[in-house]
Design a binder for this molecule. Structure first.
Ligand SMILES: *Cc1c(COP(=O)(O)O)cnc(C)c1O
Length: 395
């Protein structure tokens, strides 16, 4: 090598074969090298039989995709830079101008905002349906309905729908439509989205890996899991054309967190249920919204489908308390951070005004405080909530 710069690149060292470790190496690549021109022309990435370009997959991303697919009980998975971008890839892969989609009234709000502000500009229309009323979905189906989003439970108000009933309504009334589940809450652990009973299954799921799979409140990532090969290929091509790849270091973090997810999920479930039951008896609390609690909207559907619940629930504060007073309650909590997201080690609290929160269902009054239960000691969290609620009630 005549020049040092060339020598740094065309160096003679070759790593020996045979290094084995249970941990997946972090493969970072934009360029992937081909052995020869025949390989450059023939290598395929859609079926994961080969590598062509970093954006289209590396051993690191393919490994995470395979693990997520097996966790979900699906054949294939794709990674996206956030949970919301997974929703956007699904919308863009499935829908064309003139199509119609349906979104539950209690969906993760940015899903609706995407339909209202982006898809509408491309001639794609949408309606919302009441997730607790299968007939409301049936009525909303149209001949051009190509995509139906379902979510279990709903965001913030936590209503758990009759998921098999909703899927069946779409199969009967709009067999042309794809059923997509936002399964962030279930995380592949609470129930099996691809085996809902009675031979029913969703067509695909999306996850915000940002929540439990990351578990650290640090990484943003999303996934799409799908069983059907041709639907997978359709999604994979749209995904590649949009250029929404993920960074290898972020994938590494999720791969590291995934083996402890079931343990964290179970611990956060147990703590959240214990705190939710306790909150239900406290002065100042009108209602506790947690699908595993008897009396919570859709509890019977949760009970018939699920073996677990995520560590998140909401308190509906008595409407006599002003929004400012509820803000002061949230600010008085010392162990709960004020912030978005959930599924991390730190407990979080966010108040939501129920006015204008829903278009179709008006059972809620006053302010709802959503609590994400982290991994702190449950008695410490209970004591913190107790002092906060005492202040709320006493003023
Ligand atoms: C957080 C979340 C998303 C979006 O995930 P990001 O990674 O924050 O984009 C989507 N759906 C649900 C239910 C979520 O909780």
């Amino acid at each position: 090598m005549s020049k040092k710069s060339t020598g740094l690149i065309h160096h003679p060292y070759r790593a020996p074969e045979g290094f084995a470790s249970p941990v997946v190496p972090v493969a970072k690549a934009s360029t992937v090298l081909f052995r020869d021109m025949a390989h450059l022309r023939q290598q395929q990435w859609v079926d994961k039989s080969g590598y062509t370009y970093g954006l289209h997959g590396t051993p690191t991303t393919f490994t995470l995709e395979a693990r997520l697919a097996s966790l979900e009980g699906a054949a294939h998975a794709l990674l996206t830079p956030s949970g919301l971008s997974a929703i956007a890839v699904v919308d863009q892969a499935v829908l064309s101008s003139g199509d119609h989609l349906l979104i539950p009234d209690n969906a993760y709000a940015p899903n609706r905002a995407l339909a209202r502000h982006e898809l509408a500009r491309w001639g794609i229309s949408h309606d919302v349906y009441d997730a607790l009323d299968v007939a409301s979905l049936r009525r909303a189906l149209r001949p051009n309905t190509k995509l139906v989003w379902v979510e279990a439970p709903g965001s913030i108000t936590m209503e758990f729908p009759d998921l098999p009933g909703l899927v069946k309504a779409v199969r009967d009334g709009a067999p042309q439509a794809v059923v997509a589940l936002d399964n962030t809450w279930g995380a592949g652990l609470a129930f099996d989205a691809f085996e809902l009973g009675q031979g029913l299954s969703v067509d695909l799921t999306i996850h915000a890996l940002t929540k439990y799979p990351s578990g650290g409140g640090d990484v943003l990532m999303g996934s799409i899991c799908v069983d059907d090969r041709s639907l997978h290929d359709q999604l994979a091509w749209t995904h590649s054309r949009l250029g929404v790849g993920v960074g290898a270091n972020d994938v590494e973090v999720v791969l590291r967190s995934l083996p402890t997810m079931a343990l964290r999920y179970a611990a956060q479930d147990e703590a959240a249920r214990s705190l939710a039951s306790w909150c239900a008896g406290q002065p100042g609390v009108r209602r506790v919204l947690h699908p595993a609690l008897r009396g919570s909207p859709g509890h019977e559907h949760w009970a018939s489908l699920c073996r677990a619940a995520a560590g998140i629930f909401s308190i509906e504060v008595e409407p006599r308390f002003s929004a400012a007073r509820v803000d002061a309650f949230v600010e008085s909590l010392t162990l709960f951070g004020i912030g978005w997201s959930w599924g991390g080690a730190l407990s979080l609290a966010v108040p939501y005004d129920t006015k204008g929160l829903r278009s179709l269902r008006h059972d809620y009054e006053g302010v709802i405080v959503r609590l994400s239960i982290g991994l702190e000691d449950v008695e410490d969290l209970r004591a913190d909530l107790a002092q906060g609620l005492a202040r709320l009630v006493e003023g």
